[in-house]
Design a binder for this molecule. Structure first.
Ligand code: ADP
Length: 293
């Protein structure tokens, strides 16, 4: 990550700066060019997922309290904190899954590229923001059909296109080599770790910009967990990844940024390395040093 500045809950660090060619009269040598201010650069804003002033209620119970968080494009952000602190509630809100829960109510704004996701067509939100759950949940269908399903429901049918997209997704999910000779066998014949990677392949089939993962490794053995973690590294260049994990070591291994939640509040957000070595808040330190949770 090099010289990235420290980030806060409302950081603005997803910008990729591209230098303009220096005007010949004022910037004639490279030393001067290096001194250009930010205003002299062309700034390309990358994908921007932002949650602002989120208050979330399950009927009268408030599960999230004024949460503000921006997610860095092409990075992995981990959401950590003790059970019941609201991590999954926030994650699910990011692709509007909360709307399936009776009595759930969200206040605040979630934007994707400055567009309010709460006002967008929900199918389009879920295409752009994919989700993988704690328990792998393949359909009782073949490996091929499981991946093709996402394409079908998103109106991207066409035999050749489907076959190519299925292969591409399985390759991206690091599963292709293990399943290419049994694509038409039941997904239930795969191991737990393979099933989870299949669910990731299914989510990737529609090329989401954001991938949400809710404790994706909690039911997996260490080898399968390591495979998923490696996979996340390879995916993050093309996809912003947000992972809920109760496993602090996992967050330390995979995440560029980490948000620590406690009783519905975002207590601290920072670069993972900084949060784990120099947390700003006492509660964060107590949690990561295992004093509670
Ligand atoms: P975490 O992911 O950090 O374990 P959750 O987001 O699942 O926390 O839950 C946050 C709080 O909201 C908890 O107190 C939990 O009991 C409550 N909660 C979660 N889902 C529901 C629901 N469907 N109905 C009512 N309360 C819920």
């Amino acid at each position: 990550m090099g010289a990235r500045p420290a980030l806060g809950p409302n950081f603005d660090d997803r910008e990729k700066a591209i230098d303009f060619p220096a005007p010949s009269e004022s910037k004639s040598n490279s030393a001067e060019a290096n001194e250009r201010t930010a205003s002299e650069r062309m700034v390309v804003q990358m994908m921007n997922l932002k949650a602002s002033h989120i208050n979330f209620y399950y009927r009268s119970f408030q599960a999230l309290l004024d949460v503000n968080l921006e997610f860095a494009a092409s990075k992995i952000t981990a959401l950590i904190g003790p059970s019941g602190c609201g991590k999954s509630t926030l994650l699910r809100s990011l692709n509007r899954l909360h709307e399936t829960v009776r009595g759930a109510r969200l206040e605040g704004q979630i934007t994707l590229d400055n567009e309010d996701i709460l006002k967008m067509d929900v199918t389009s939100v879920r295409r752009r923001v994919g989700m993988v759950f704690q328990r792998s949940n393949p359909f009782p269908k073949s490996i091929f059909e499981n991946v093709a399903y996402g394409l079908g429901v998103n109106g991207m049918r066409g035999r050749q296109h489907t076959a190519e997209a299925v292969e591409k997704s399985l390759v991206r999910a690091a599963l292709w080599d293990e399943v290419k000779d049994k694509l038409h066998e039941s997904a239930y014949g795969l191991s737990g770790g393979q099933q989870q990677r299949l669910c990731i392949a299914r989510a990737l089939a529609v090329n989401p910009e954001v991938l949400l993962l809710d404790e994706p490794c909690s039911a997996l053995d260490p080898i399968s967990t390591a495979k998923i973690e490696e996979l996340l590294f390879s995916l993050k260049e093309q996809c912003t990844i947000i992972i809920v994990t109760h496993n602090m070591q996992q967050a330390a291994r995979v995440a560029d940024y980490t948000g620590f939640f406690l009783m519905g509040k975002l207590i601290e957000f920072d670069e993972t390395k900084k949060m784990y070595t120099k947390p700003a808040k006492k509660e964060t330190e107590d949690y990561i040093t295992g004093r509670f949770g």
